[in-house]
Unconditional design. Sequence first.
Length: 354
Amino acid sequence: LPCREQPIFSTRAHVFQIDPATKRNWIPASKHALTVSYFYDATRSVYRIISVGGTKAIINSTITPNMTFTKTSQKFGQWADSRANTVYGLGFASEQHLSQFAEKFQEVKEAARLAREKSQDKTELTNPALNITSHQVLPSPIISSNGPGEDKLFRSQSADVEISTEKERLKKMLSEGSVSEVQWEAEFFSLQDNNNKLVAALHEANANVDQWKKQLTAYQEETESLRQRVAELESQGTHDSSSENSKEELSQTLEELELLLKAKDEEIQMLKSQKCGRWEAEGEREETLQKLQELEARNAELEQRLQLAEQSLAESLAEREKMHSEVAKVAEIMDVKIFELSEIRQGLAKLVES
């Protein structure tokens, strides 16, 4: 748009035009809602309603004092433009938007009326001859040098040709100016639409960057907690190595107990085989029997200790295997998180480069 024309109000609405064939049905001008704006040309004191879809001017309506904006429903309004030979309709998202547009239409219509009256008063003051009525206009005398009749006819025909030529030139200039103005309007709204899309894309990119930063922070915290868990498990593994030493000592003790038990069994068998020949007195027999009972009790105690030691060794081995599996699982989780962190860093680097 030329710099002389500035927007004074804008809104969003679905644009329709009356069907020129039926004069009853509405034809949608676009698939989506468009920006509809009031513009004021300070140079010509003209108000216009303009809406552009892509590179095409959908609405280019100059507001005159005899125009009327009519609300046909809670969200729809229309007005007729005799210059464009059509009727425009606007569908709004809410009743409030429709009321705002209607109020602005009334304000602009009143401003256009005042501007026209002011322009007429100014024209009458600067050109007093325009106040003369049509029946008061006198024909200008025509000076003739060769004869009154022939010269008068020649001068009238040339004047008519000059007037018609001037009119054609003015019409051409006005037509070219209107086409150029619409082209400027289309280019302006196209640039404005592209700018809005770029701003929206920038906001979306910033939001994605913030989200990635939050996700990266969460992954870093989770990774740190996993590292602490691994350190704890490693410390427990060190503790387990000391417990393994104790397990080896316990196994050695069990082996010694088994050897001792075996020796006692052999001694019991030898005593049983020799008791008939050697027991000559009742006292010796009772002493031998008592000793045998003590040995059997000792044997039972050793067997119980052996069972407890084997059970403890089995539990320790199971706990050790469980701990190793947990460490392996945590290591796998850390590998996955480190891979995700590397992908996020590569995405951030690409976004910064773009």
